[in-house]
Design a protein around this ligand. Structure first.
Ligand code: PEP
Ligand code: MN
Length: 389
């Protein structure tokens, strides 16, 4: 009887926890180490953008396996293309090739799914890991449909960021998949489609995955340097940056003959080049020796002190700004004084340059402080008007 009660209570507690996670938008997920046996080594996923032929898939997979550095073989089976009448993937036929990869190599397999039919077929052919692509994640209806089709299934799911730099949409998609009961979740950072011209195909905007890690520390993040870069030459730097930021792995497109790839030809590399690249990447350790840690703590406490002083000085500055505001108002003087502002800018930027502070950065800080000052003084003028109504 007691055993029944304890089962009942533990299932009740787990249900309540699940419910709490749903309500508070927290993800009820397993820590990466609990299900992915990589230690501090990054998880490496590689394979062609698209599965094109059995020969291309098998040759690429065998060459990747031979490197001994890759754990998961990726291949697009259904390809979301911008224009119609392009190569849209081989569909179910390609899943048979992936099954052969599983049988003949030690690699696990991963494919992109964009609807419940894809999920059903991928599961039928025993794909190990599913992922949602950037074009699917922009649409909550599609993500919800996929989530519904995953209820009761125990499989790792990776969720790429949406095309647009919207962290809430990305988290929303992760939550939807999590609510289906999927607790082996990974986020993939593949960059953002951004209107500003840049050397990247998709702007990395590292602040977004960094913020995602801050909000959900348990969530592993894998970086996809291929779709960020858009070209082979940039892959190494993006991959190294990902490791420097302590991301949990890399997804890099690799093709036995990249120039002839049906899709994303300019960003794919041969397995041989992939091996060389992985060899030269440096995995940073998060914790150093005792001495290192000690010195780091010392420096950090100096930073804490300086930040406190910075905030104190800002508060003092705003206090004087308020006083000036009262005084100007009393004497019926306009808030914004162009000449004074130009002088401040020139003088402070010169000052900053002498101290080695970048002009662009300091300009942004000064503009922000000035904007806040104007706002505070306007409030003084405005509240007085309200009183006299
Ligand atoms: C892909 O991984 O091949 C792909 C289509 O990626 P994304 O969804 O990031 O564009
Ligand atoms: Mn691709």
């Amino acid at each position: 009887m007691q055993a029944i009660y304890s089962i009942y209570y533990s299932s009740l507690i787990s249900q309540l926890f699940h419910y709490f996670c749903q309500m508070s938008n927290r993800l009820d997920i397993l820590a990466f180490e609990e299900w992915c046996n990589q230690g501090r080594q990054p998880l490496i996923i590689s394979g062609p953008c698209s599965a094109e032929t059995e020969e291309q898939v098998m040759k690429t997979a065998r060459a990747i396996e031979a490197l001994g550095q890759v754990q998961v073989f990726r291949a697009g089976v259904w390809k979301p293309r911008t224009r119609p009448n392009s190569f849209e993937g081989k569909g179910e036929e390609a899943l048979l090739w992936l099954k052969k990869v599983k049988q003949e190599t030690k690699l696990k397999t991963a494919v992109e799914v964009a609807n419940p039919k894809h999920v059903e077929m991928a599961l039928k052919h025993e794909v190990d890991i599913l992922w949602l692509g950037a074009r699917t994640v922009v649409n909550p209806f599609s993500v919800q449909e996929i989530s519904d089709s995953l209820k009761g299934v125990d499989i790792p799911v990776m969720v790429k960021n949406p095309l647009n730099p919207d962290i809430s949409l990305w988290i929303g998609a992760l939550e939807r998949i999590n609510q289906a009961g999927i607790n082996k979740l990974i986020a993939i950072h593949r960059g953002f489609d951004f209107f500003k011209k840049s050397i990247y195909r998709n702007a990395p905007m590292w602040e977004i995955p960094i913020e995602l890690k801050r909000r959900i520390p348990k969530l592993p993040i894998i970086v996809d340097p291929s779709h960020i870069s858009g070209k082979r030459e940039l892959l190494f730097d993006v991959a190294q940056k990902a490791l420097d930021l302590d991301m949990n792995g890399l997804m890099i497109e690799s093709h036995i003959c990249p120039e002839e790839a049906y899709t994303d030809a300019s960003q794919q590399i041969t397995p041989t080049k992939l091996g060389a690249m992985l060899e030269s990447l440096v995995v940073r350790s998060q914790k150093g020796t005792y001495d290192f840690q000690h010195k780091l703590e010392e420096l950090r406490s100096e930073i804490d002190k300086l930040d406190a002083e910075l905030i104190e000085i800002l508060a003092q500055r705003f206090h004087i700004i308020d006083e000036i505001g009262e005084y100007k108002h009393h004497n019926n003087i306009a808030i914004y004084q162009v000449k004074r502002w130009s002088n401040i800018l020139m003088n402070r930027l010169e000052n900053g340059e002498e101290l080695g502070i970048g002009k662009d950065f300091l300009l942004k800080v000064l503009q922000l402080v000035h904007k806040e000052s104007i706002q505070r003084q306007s409030q003084i003028y405005y509240s007085d008007q309200k009183d006299s109504l």
